[in-house]
Design a protein around this ligand. Structure first.
Ligand code: GAL
Length: 964
């Protein structure tokens, strides 16, 4: 006797059997529907063949099964565990075979039809997303099986339905032949994760429909033709349109763009069904080597969006989708690439409504084959082509009526092959009104755009200048960075430098930051879990947390930086001539939705403010705008004009006064602090006093400033390496984090060479160097005082051969306590040399806890840039020059050692033998951030060179409780 383990349909390369042909998705025709969302019965088996099919019977007793929420992933509901891999298949690569261990979830749903469910017609059962393979039975009869996790599948169900006591049985396998096509960098999350719906299809209903709505910018007219498989009428009341389906009509209309998402409500009425239409007129074309919409080239200011919710994974509700869209709009984002699969269809409705350009990407990635030089890659194997074409058709048919979708993407990181060509050919035949994207073939055989990921600035500039060579066809194509600026952990750095290139070279039509949101999984002990936290055999750690949003959708500093860098209005200027230059950087919209305000600030405090009249500027136009006179009686001091462009009235995505763009123009410069060295150092009893301070006589270490104890003040060059410092394993360029660690910069020793008591200064000479190395830095601390204030000047000079930049350069010290922090300088948020655009000069207040940026994997964070002075823990610190300020309740070493936020224990309790509760870093310099966790290292101008440096701080105490 033999027992066959293989599951024929699970390992079949074909897309499945029994499903109806794909068609357009629409949310609400007047035909009846019944959502089967909710609690289902669930049983998990370790293999695909462990259970027989008897559970599909109507009288099956599932009383001892668990309950599970549908939509949902069983691994996030207490059954089994998620797995995270970037590109490695978490099973042996032997296509189309899958492992015997193949977690299989049997799902059962019992339902009655509503009493008034219409008789007659057909009823279809629709699955919007099931990972990775499902077999369906209704009332004991098999309907079919399918693969294609993030694509819809419908089955004719009417003949099997009964008014009461229906039993829907769905068997879902985690692994299938389809898994080979779904090797996207994300969690593997099996389950029925999108809606399941019964849709009544009345006699005479619309089988499918295709809205063709183009816009002619020369005549200002829209042409509409709605094809449907049955006779019907198309009406659009606002445009006076009332035509037969299939008949074109041209009328004066407003165009749809992401900036002006004008949708017209219409209806397609067939004999048996009325289908609501939301029509956006727009024409996408490739012309003059550019992507143009309605005759104008556009610039993508985009993000890559995976669907993510920290508790529910890829099972997103409408509110979460809306939150994503609102957050994008509020942060000036104008485009989304639906990496790397078609999203929940409702997301595209939101993109139509609020206005976002969409690159809709097919559910296809075979990245793991790169491990074997792409041998056996399914996209170059004809046996798989039907599955690829099925995926292309399911995407295009479902999403073809969305004006927001301007580009179809064949998939991601699937190498090259005939299957891709077949997909492109099919798509062009079905829908010539959009462009085709695919990044994986740099020869652009099948695509309308030249697309790359993570190319560095220099290469992007070459491409912009047309100096990149390459095949002739490619040289004529517009360029997009479908992924850039890897937003993993602290970063991405260098966004402004990319944007400058995009704005300078027409061929560069923008890009899509990788990625929108961290895929951290909410975890009771770890805060947010990432790869490896579920004991996975293979995993890629926190590479899955690389978004502009934290898992809870709080914007990270990276998103705020991006918002500033891509702002649609720029305000620059030179206060000397009393004017600012305002430029409209929209591609389509005027500035009528915006109001402009000015504020005159002295030492960061607004003195006076008002509104600024800015002329109506067409896209691309600039104007010189006169500033008001400097307010009479404004106090002396460093001053700035701050100009803001705010929403003039409430919009669908943000309220009136929401700041869209801003610019700050310096007027007068800061006076650097001066301390006359009039006090004399006074040695006595093991200590030296100088003005308000007391030092250890033997080591020269600062002990107190006034009443405030200070511990461990010394030169500091180490930062807890960021994901970008550490870089990705495949990076060829030097990965500074690794070099720093191998040099020992994280374990510097401080040797005291001399403590010199002079006439007007206490000078402490030291050498700072790691064990085992000859390189180091000399550091001389020179302390002076005028009796009240204490000035420290640090002079440092590298010794030996330094071939790497420094992580940071400054001092650090501990204070017993500090809570509130007040500073004048860059803020309100974190900023580093290449992530500083969003920082504006002002007076800012926070708490020490509020200054921490909650990166899922702890790392250097929270520095405030250009700080002129700060008050915390009873101290006032002025910088000469301005400095980076960081304050935290743990040491850099503790931050460096932590794997999750929950590893960080505040205060002295954190150990280390210190009594300090708060650690403060005052940095003269910080190394740039870059985006080397997948992209380029910081540009040379942002590297912190090891070179002689001198910087000063002036310390005094603040009155009161020791709290500023
Ligand atoms: C790209 C890939 C993305 C993601 C990213 C790194 O190569 O397309 O899916 O893996 O790198 O986070």
């Amino acid at each position: 006797m033999s027992f066959r383990h293989a599951n024929d349909y699970v390992e079949d390369v074909s897309p499945g059997s029994g499903a109806l042909p794909p068609r357009a998705w629409y949310a609400g025709s007047d035909a009846r529907s019944l959502s089967l969302k909710g609690s289902w019965r669930f049983r998990l088996s370790p293999t695909a063949d462990a259970e027989d099919d008897s559970f599909a019977r109507t009288d099956y007793d599932a009383a001892d099964w668990a309950d599970i929420s549908v939509p949902g992933h069983w691994v996030l509901q207490g059954h089994g565990a998620p797995i995270y891999t970037n590109h490695l298949y978490p099973f042996p690569v032997d296509p189309p075979r899958v492992p015997t261990e193949n977690p299989t979830g049997d799902h059962l749903r019992f339902f009655d039809l509503p009493a008034d469910w219409p008789a007659g017609g057909e009823t279809v059962l629709r699955f919007d997303g099931v990972e990775s393979c499902a077999r369906i039975w209704l009332n004991g009869t098999e309907l079919g099986e399918f693969k294609g996790s993030r694509l819809p599948h419908e089955f004719a169900a009417g003949r099997l339905l009964q008014p009461r006591g229906n039993v829907l049985a769905v068997r879902v396998h985690q692994w299938s032949a389809g898994s080979y096509l779904e090797d996207q960098d994300q969690w593997w999350l099996p389950g029925i994760f999108r809606d399941v719906t019964l849709l009544h299809r009345p006699v005479g209903s619309v089988p499918d429909f295709f809205v063709h709505a183009s816009y002619d910018h020369l005549t200002g007219t829209g042409t509409l033709r709605v094809d449907s498989g049955v006779p019907g009428r198309v009406t659009v009341p606002d445009l006076g349109i009332d035509v037969a389906a299939g008949e074109p009509v041209t009328v004066p209309a407003e165009p749809w763009t992401a900036e002006t998402p004008r949708l017209y409500d219409g209806v397609l009425a067939a004999e048996g069904e009325r289908v609501p239409l939301r029509i956006g007129f727009r024409t996408v074309e490739l012309s003059d080597g550019l992507i143009k919409v309605n005759g104008r080239p556009l610039l993508f200011k985009g993000v890559n969006r995976h669907e993510w919710h920290p508790g529910r994974g890829r099972a997103l509700d409408l509110e979460t989708m809306r939150e994503d869209v609102l957050l994008m709009k509020r942060h000036n984002i104008n485009a989304v690439r639906t990496s790397h699969y078609p999203p929940h269809p409702a997301f595209l409705d939101l993109c139509d409504e609020y206005g976002l350009w969409v690159i809709d990407e097919c559910d296809l990635e075979t990245h793991g084959f790169t491990e074997q030089g792409w041998r056996d890659n399914p996209v170059d194997d004809d046996r798989w082509t039907p599955a690829l074409l099925d995926r292309a058709a399911r995407m295009v048919e479902r999403d073809k009526n969305h004006p927001s979708v301007v580009v179809w993407s064949l998939g991601n990181e699937a190498g090259t092959g005939r299957g891709l060509t077949a997909m492109a050919k099919w798509i062009r035949g079905r829908d010539a009104s959009r462009l085709i994207h695919y990044e994986g073939d740099h020869n652009c055989r099948d695509t309308d755009l030249y697309s790359r990921m993570y190319a560095g600035h220099a290469e992007v500039e070459r491409i912009g200048r047309g100096l990149d060579g390459g095949p002739r066809g490619r040289r004529e194509l517009p360029f997009v960075l479908c992924e850039y600026a890897h937003a993993m952990g602290n970063g991405p750095g260098g966004l402004a430098d990319y944007q400058r290139l995009f704005e300078r070279h027409g061929r560069l039509q923008g890009g899509f930051v990788w990625e929108w949101i961290d895929h951290g999984i909410a975890h009771p002990e770890l805060g947010y879990a990432y790869g490896g936290d579920f004991g996975e055999e293979l995993h890629d750690g926190n590479f899955v947390c690389d978004g502009l949003l934290f898992p809870d959708r709080q914007p990270s500093p990276g998103l705020l930086e991006f918002k500033k860098v891509i702002e649609p209005v720029s305000v620059t200027g030179d206060a000397a001539d009393g004017t600012v230059r305002v430029t409209n950087k929209y591609d389509f919209a005027g500035l009528s939705a915006l109001a402009f305000t000015w504020s005159y600030e002295v030492e960061g405090e607004p003195v006076e403010s008002g509104t600024l009249a800015v002329p109506a500027l067409a896209p691309g136009e600039s104007a010189e705008v006169k500033l008001p006179a400097v307010p009479a009686g404004a106090p002396a001091g460093e001053s700035h004009w701050t100009i803001r462009a705010v929403l003039a009235s409430d919009t669908a995505w943000a309220p009136r006064n929401h700041v869209v763009a801003w610019g700050q123009i310096p007027v007068s410069e800061r006076r650097v602090p001066y301390v006359a060295a009039t006090a004399r150092p006074a040695p006595g009893d093991g200590a030296i006093s100088l003005g308000p301070a007391v030092f250890d006589a033997r080591t020269g270490a600062l002990r107190t400033v006034g009443e405030v104890p200070v511990t461990g003040l010394r030169l500091d060059v180490w930062r807890a390496t960021t994901d970008n410092d550490d870089g990705a394993a495949w990076q060829g360029d030097p990965r500074h984090g690794l070099l720093w660690r191998s040099l020992g910069l994280h374990r510097m020793r401080h040797r005291v060479d001399a403590v010199e008591v002079g006439e007007d200064a206490l000078t402490v000479r030291t050498r700072v160097a790691p064990a085992a190395r000859e390189l180091g830095l000399s550091a001389v601390y020179r302390w002076t005082s005028d009796g009240d204030r204490l000035r420290l000047t640090v002079s440092t000079c590298p010794e030996g051969e330094w071939t790497v930049p420094l992580p940071r350069l400054g001092i650090r010290f501990g204070l017993p306590a500090a809570d509130r922090v007040h500073w004048y300088g860059g803020g309100p948020g974190e900023a580093y040399p290449d992530t500083r655009q969003a920082a504006s000069v002002g007076r800012w207040r926070s708490t020490v806890d509020g200054m921490q940026t909650p990166y899922v994997r702890p790392q250097e964070n929270g520095a405030r840039i250009d700080v002129r002075w700060a008050e915390l823990g009873g101290l006032r610190i002025e910088g000469d020059p301005a400095f980076f300020l960081t304050a935290r309740r743990w040491t850099t070493e503790q931050l460096d050692a932590a794997a999750h936020r929950t590893d960080l224990v505040p205060g002295a309790a954190a150990g280390g033998g210190s009594t300090a509760g708060v650690w403060v870093n005052l940095d003269h310099g910080q190394h740039g951030i870059g985006s080397q966790s997948c992209g380029p290292a910081p540009l040379p101008r942002y590297r912190l060179k090891a070179e002689p440096a001198e910087f000063s701080f002036v310390f005094s105490t603040t009155p009161g409780t020791g709290e500023s």
